[in-house]
Design a protein around this ligand. Structure first.
Ligand code: URA
Length: 231
């Protein structure tokens, strides 16, 4: 990745401000002052701005607006994968914190901080995930209490944990779940005799999908999002 792009992604400076900072000898790469903002980085350098190490090369925390048709994986032989959308170094180190199906859109978190990923995804933490759902058939009012009590999914030993359903109109709803079983939302609606035709994740814990991000776009998480993810 280019130095100016890297700095604009991981700091609050614009590319033109970064050009000025480079001209003013405020940027170093591996402790050497750089003179050009468009140099290519390998991905393992120590980049400093105003003597501050830019932390993106230690751990990275990224929010992506996943579009339709992408698989939440690092490689796939048939379909494009979400990491193809990222122009960041060392993509192979990124883990996906909570996968979405190929036909689901919305918030995906990627990180190379395994502990943070574990905190977000471990069932013990009951991290809340919010989904917007469109269904093939009308959603009955009774589904609210059914989901609040827990549903028996095909092939599962236990009922789903209590989930909160808000019906938005006849065929759409917002659902908060506190676990992440395989195809959970689709299976919950299937258990009511209905079918999910569109699924979009709005949030994970306290992290909301940034509405400025179009499908396929991403940005680094800010400090508050990284620290507050589980609160
Ligand atoms: N539940 C599903 O069924 N699919 C997803 O992609 C996410 C949650």
């Amino acid at each position: 990745m280019r130095l100016d792009k890297f700095l604009s992604q991981y700091t609050s400076y614009s590319r033109s401000q970064i050009q000025q900072l480079v001209k003013a000898a405020r940027v170093t790469v591996d402790n050497e002052v750089v003179r050009k903002a468009d140099i290519k980085l390998r991905g393992d350098e120590q980049v400093k701005l105003n003597d501050q190490l830019i932390l993106a090369f230690t751990n990275r925390y990224i929010m992506l607006h996943k579009p339709l048709g992408y698989v939440c994986a690092n490689n796939d032989s048939e379909h494009p994968v979400v990491v193809d959308l990222l122009d960041v170094p060392r993509k192979q180190d990124l883990q996906i914190a909570g996968r979405l199906d190929i036909d689901t859109t919305g918030l995906v978190l990627l990180t190379d901080d395994g502990q943070w990923n574990h905190r977000i995804t471990t069932p013990k933490q009951e991290c809340t995930k919010t989904y917007l759902i469109t269904t093939a058939d009308p959603i009955h009012h009774d589904v609210i209490s059914l989901f609040a009590q827990g549903v028996q999914l095909h092939g599962e030993k236990y009922l789903t944990r209590p989930a909160q359903l808000e019906i938005l109109n006849s065929h759409s709803a917002r659902l908060q779940i506190h676990e992440g079983k395989y195809h959970q939302v689709k299976r919950m609606f299937a258990a009511t005799g209905n079918r999910v035709v569109q699924l979009h994740r709005e949030s994970i814990g306290n992290i909301q999908l940034d509405l400025q991000l179009a499908p396929g776009e991403y940005r680094p998480l800010n400090e508050a999002e990284i620290r507050g993810a589980m609160q």
